[in-house]
Design a protein around this ligand. Structure first.
Ligand SMILES: *[C@@H]1O[C@H](CO)[C@@H](O)[C@H](O)[C@H]1NC(C)=O
Length: 467
């Protein structure tokens, strides 16, 4: 290959990486709590924060301060930023600001956010030759409403704005203020760039485009996932799975055997882990008994104390929790609410019991063998390419979808191969059941490349064991 082309791709990939792989910072109070509760290896170090995220965060604080007693700064340019989980989040931003006299000065701004406190935001401005300015402000959704905001000019709709209004109609988006509209439009524009890059670097056959998540930042989008990292100091208690030595057929799909329930929707709650587990248990139970039942994720949100409901969890924890709780109730008896509620578990309504779990090897051949012999498999996956996935076999550039950054729990239900004789291309893939409703992806499913651990598909494969 020509070196120059390769180098360009790497540069593009790396710059994109900074946009895509920024799901580390904590925004909402509950998320901060959840992260602090998690293993200590996640807490501590400062991580690079994407400039546009930093700008948004700083703008929100400046708006809030301007509405109070100042100072009245405007952002000229963000040079760099880091974020760190402390008691709350500490964001440090190296930024050029316009001061009250419209002069530029380069300052370090620290935003220490403890959103669960009444006046939980402390903003410190450290500017050259000036005393440190320290201010506090509260958290408010209304902080985006600003008196100085100009009315939108409806006569200059460019192409992006046209796409944006189509998006708003299709996904029924209503923004409450003109300010929020402008902010969402800005995010939408940036996402169009990411979509372009994903399509340009796609090695499979997937198409990326505008989805219902097209007006969300990567941080907001990741609230629809919810998988914790397995902590290194607390290894999985699962036994290793026994891999049957069977010859693999070219294709296999558990959906055709009637053991997979309809695609569900976790909503705006980081409960992917619970959906991954119910899908797994539903499948195992149906394979064993011939009867497909739907089990309750809400029971896990309410009663599994080792996981954190809408603030994320681990499938490993849930297998053990189901054993402790005493089994799973039916979805219809214990319906989904999408938020943590009181545990209403009733032993008399149990339909399936679990005895811990097993871990599958990080080997995609072995995973396929186990799948055929047993049923669907819970996996962790990096969800970067899923935000804008519209269909096809997804094989993103590795740098855009690191196997180390598993943030979403889903379910492998089968596998297959796509042949593209015209392009002399053969694409083996996994069929992955997601929990973002049937309108997402391919009727709620994701096809992801099989054979090179794309997006970490084989890193965290596991299953419950039925009693
Ligand atoms: C993966 O599993 C298959 C079948 O179980 C086995 O033949 C193969 O050697 C394994 N590969 C590695 C790298 O361990």
């Amino acid at each position: 290959m020509r070196l120059a082309v390769g180098a360009t791709i790497v540069i593009v990939a790396l710059s994109l990486l900074s946009v895509l792989v920024t799901g580390q910072e904590a925004g909402a109070a509950d998320e901060v709590h959840a992260r602090a509760k998690r293993s200590s290896n996640l807490v501590g170090g400062a991580k690079t924060l994407d400039k546009k995220d930093a700008e948004q965060r700083l703008q929100a604080s400046l708006d809030k301060l301007a509405a109070g007693d100042g100072p009245n700064y405007r952002i000229s340019k963000v040079y760099s930023a880091t974020t760190q989980v402390v008691s709350g989040t500490l964001t440090k931003i190296d930024v050029e600001l316009f001061n009250e006299n419209d002069e530029k000065e380069r300052c370090t701004v620290k935003i220490w956010a403890q959103p669960w406190l009444p006046n939980g935001y402390e903003v410190t401005f450290d500017c050259p030759n000036k005393e440190l300015v320290k201010r506090r402000h509260s958290r408010s959704v209304e902080q985006l409403e600003k008196k100085t905001h100009k009315k939108r000019n409806h006569h200059s709709l460019d192409k992006t704005e046209h796409l944006f209004s189509k998006f708003q109609i299709k996904y029924n988006r209503r923004y409450h203020t003109a300010m929020e509209h402008q902010m969402r439009l800005r995010i939408f524009k940036q996402n169009l760039e990411i979509i372009k890059e994903l399509n340009r670097n796609e090695m499979g056959s997937a198409k990326y485009g505008i989805t219902e998540f097209a007006d969300l930042t990567s941080t907001e989008y990741k609230q629809r996932t919810g998988l914790w990292q397995r902590s290194e100091d607390k290894p999985s208690k699962n036994a290793p799975a026994v891999i049957p030595n069977i010859e693999l057929p070219k294709e296999f799909d558990w959906r055709e055997k009637g053991v997979i329930s309809k695609v569900k929707n976790q909503g705006m709650c980081g409960s992917c882990w619970a959906f991954s587990v119910t899908g797994n248990v539903e499948g195992l139970h149906a394979v064993k008994t011939g009867k497909l039942e739907e089990y309750s994720e809400q029971e896990l949100l309410d009663c599994d104390t080792s996981d954190s409901a809408c603030n994320g969890g681990l499938m490993d924890n849930a297998y053990e929790a189901i054993e402790h709780i005493g089994g799973l109730e039916l979805e219809s008896d214990y319906p989904y609410e999408g938020r943590k509620d009181q545990c209403k578990f009733s032993k008399s309504k149990v339909h399936v019991k679990v005895k811990g779990g097993v871990d599958l090897p990080k080997n995609e051949t072995a995973i396929a063998q186990w799948l055929i012999a047993n049923g669907p498999i819970s996996i962790g996956i990096n969800a970067n390419a899923m935000q804008f996935y519209r269909g096809g076999v997804s094989h993103p550039w590795k740098a855009l979808c690191s196997k180390k950054n598993l943030d979403h729990g889903v379910l492998i239900v089968g596998y297959g191969v796509s042949d593209y004789p015209m392009f002399k291309k053969t694409l083996p893939y996994w069929i992955v059941k997601n929990s973002w409703g049937p309108k997402w992806g391919e009727q709620g499913y994701y096809r992801v490349y099989r054979g090179d651990n794309t997006c970490g598909v084989s890193e965290m494969a596991s299953s419950a064991v039925l009693e």
